[in-house]
Design a protein around this ligand. Structure first.
Ligand code: FMN
Length: 334
């Protein structure tokens, strides 16, 4: 346990937690209950703002604070049309850590966040971008591989870790995400220079998660190979692939892409609007599955680590198990 604490020290100091384990923001799933439960269990919960309005985010932060006095963060999507107002909401609540997701931050966003006093965590999809984000003022980085659930990049976690950690880990805290299901993997990334990890899929079936029973059942039934990336129908459309469980919704997404591509061709919409429409589509499809429990017509976003989700259990049990596995893996190396 001592070795694990040592390896996580920069991460726990940065987050203000017992363990350097972030509960990755998951739209609709990472709301007050799960976020507070992760923070109360010694990890770091992150609210998924997703497509929320500033008013809704304001309520969510206030309600999360009512459930925990431990640190937690807020994840904002860079392409949200009201990004500045969302940052102002975080500032009013003195949110300690803001995670910026969904592409390179627009001009001014980083400065605006940092001027609130919050620490800024950004996603680095390649070494050059990691260095650029460091120069722009990011306080910590997440490197997330394509094994992850939700929107994904093209490169595997194991490769990103080798490409990025040796070059920047001494200068900035780096958290590794994507495909982590057990503590042995956490131990390995810490030994490679990461200060901590981020997990999403493993927390979906926590007791405290409000995800619909059907959503949780789909996770418990699924194996790694069921979590597949969405297919891009039209190469001109800026579609970021999404990893989700195979189902009927995948066909709906193809139809949606054709519809948006036609509107683009006809000049009815511009590229930025096309991208926004695709993102709104995902937000709606994910809601249908997570909240309404329609796991056929909704999107069941899940990472490849879904095969390691075996049961519904309290967040504390998930974190304890991960910590135990990581500590014993490190202990066995001596
Ligand atoms: C259902 C679901 C929804 C997600 N939504 C978001 C999101 O809104 N913003 C974000 O930055 N990441 C999102 N993610 C990614 C997670 O924050 C996390 O990085 C990822 O799940 C880590 O990989 P893992 O699932 O293999 O643990 C989502 C993941 C899942 C499974």
């Amino acid at each position: 346990m001592i070795r694990l604490k040592e390896l996580m020290l920069r991460g726990t100091a940065f987050l203000g937690t017992e363990w350097a384990i972030l509960g990755g923001a998951m739209s609709w799933v990472s709301e007050r209950n799960l976020v507070a439960a992760i923070s109360n269990a010694g990890g770091f919960g992150v609210i998924a703002c997703g497509a929320m309005s500033p008013e809704l985010l304001d309520t969510e932060i206030a309600e999360t604070k009512a459930l925990t006095d431990k640190p937690f963060g807020v994840n904002l999507i860079t392409m949200h049309p009201q990004l500045d107002s969302l940052i102002d909401v975080c500032a009013r609540h003195e949110v300690s850590h803001v995670v910026l997701a969904g592409g390179l931050p627009p001009g001014g966003a980083i400065e605006r966040i940092k001027s609130t006093g919050a620490k800024l965590i950004a996603f680095a999809p390649a070494l050059a971008l990691a260095k650029k984000l460091m120069r722009s003022g990011a306080d910590a980085l997440v490197i997330e591989g394509m094994e992850a659930g939700g929107h994904i990049g093209p490169v595997a976690t194991s490769v990103l870790a080798q490409e990025i950690l040796p070059h920047v880990a001494a200068d900035i805290p780096v958290f590794v995400a994507g495909g982590i299901g057990r503590g042995e993997a956490i131990a390995a990334y810490l030994e490679m220079g990461a200060v901590g990890v981020q997990l999403g899929t493993r927390f979906v079936c926590a007791h405290e998660s409000i995800a619909h029973e059907n959503f949780k059942k789909a996770f418990i039934r699924a194996s790694a190979r069921d979590a597949i990336p969405s297919v891009q129908i039209d190469p001109r459309l800026p579609v970021i692939p999404v990893r989700a469980l195979k189902n009927r919704e995948m066909e709906n997404f193809a139809a949606k892409q054709r519809e948006v591509a036609q509107a683009l061709d006809g000049g009815a919409i511009e590229m930025a609007e096309a991208q926004l429409q695709i993102e709104h589509y995902w937000a709606g499809a994910l809601r249908r599955a997570v909240i309404d429990g329609d796991v056929e017509r909704g999107s069941v976003m899940a990472g490849q680590s879904v095969g390691m989700v075996k049961r519904e259990e309290p967040v504390q049990a998930i974190i304890d198990e991960l910590v135990e596995e990581a500590a014993s893996a490190l202990g066995a190396r001596r």
